[in-house]
Design a binder for this molecule. Structure first.
Ligand code: ADE
Length: 228
């Protein structure tokens, strides 16, 4: 899967893809993440990518031409299944969307900045608009990194047994159960006996019950319409 991220602040995306699971996905050739500086597609000496809003008001608006040029260049190299725009007024991201997007071919993610993009960009090029929550970041870059991370770790072959996504919170509609490692006792706090028993069936039952309990306590909304 190719994920091409378009931004006016490429420096914000320098770090996240060079470490841990995301780096491994790149190294294994399962995900290719490329960061594109929108300014490289701007014309004129100033390399202008934004301008004042028609009608006035505070804040700059990202211009359509550099974005169109960048998208054209990317689309001439390969096909893309989605052109995603990161914006606080998009559809709220969740695990189901991550699952769905991880099964796609190639993705473009456009990061909004300033007051956002000219509305015509959204009308003409964008196939999906995603928000990572009801709060406003200074740009879409960190949101794009969040979405790309959640997608990439689900691409078949990226995770191994130890990091399997199958036991993640939300993957089965429940929060994940508590986990423990050595020591078996710390300052009088003991690991639940069953986890030390070696009895796999009992361990699975305990984990399922603990998942349901945790979900009931913390996210009862996830259980609506379910019979636990
Ligand atoms: N850009 C600014 N805030 C955002 C958010 N909450 N989600 C996605 N993109 C954003």
């Amino acid at each position: 899967m190719h994920i091409d991220i378009i931004t006016v602040v490429p420096g914000l995306l320098d770090g996240p893809f060079s470490h841990s699971i995301l780096k491994r996905a790149e190294d294994k050739g399962l995900a290719k993440i490329r960061i594109h500086n929108l300014r490289d597609y701007a014309s004129g000496k100033q390399k202008q990518v934004d301008d004042y809003a028609f009608g006035g008001g505070a804040g700059m608006v990202m211009m359509i031409e550099p974005i169109a040029k960048c998208l054209e260049a990317l689309k001439s190299e390969r096909d893309y299944d989605e052109v995603i725009y990161m914006t606080p007024d998009g559809e709220t991201f969740n695990q189901q969307m991550a699952n769905e997007l991880s099964l796609k071919g190639n993705l473009i993610i456009l990061c909004g900045h300033y007051k956002g993009v000219d509305e015509r960009v959204r009308q003409k090029f964008i196939t999906r608009e995603i928000s990572i929550g009801d709060f406003v970041l200074s740009g879409g870059e960190l949101a794009a990194a969040v979405v790309a991370d959640a997608i990439i770790r689900l691409i078949p072959g990226v995770l191994n047994d130890e990091t399997s996504a199958l036991t993640d919170s939300f993957q089965d509609g429940l929060l994940a159960p508590p986990v423990y490692t050595r020591p078996a006792e710390y300052e009088g706090m003991k690991v639940p006996e069953v986890l030390l028993s070696g009895h796999q069936a009992n361990i699975e039952t305990w984990r399922f019950d603990a998942s349901v309990r945790r979900t009931k306590e913390r996210r009862p909304d996830l259980l609506e319409g379910k019979d636990f």
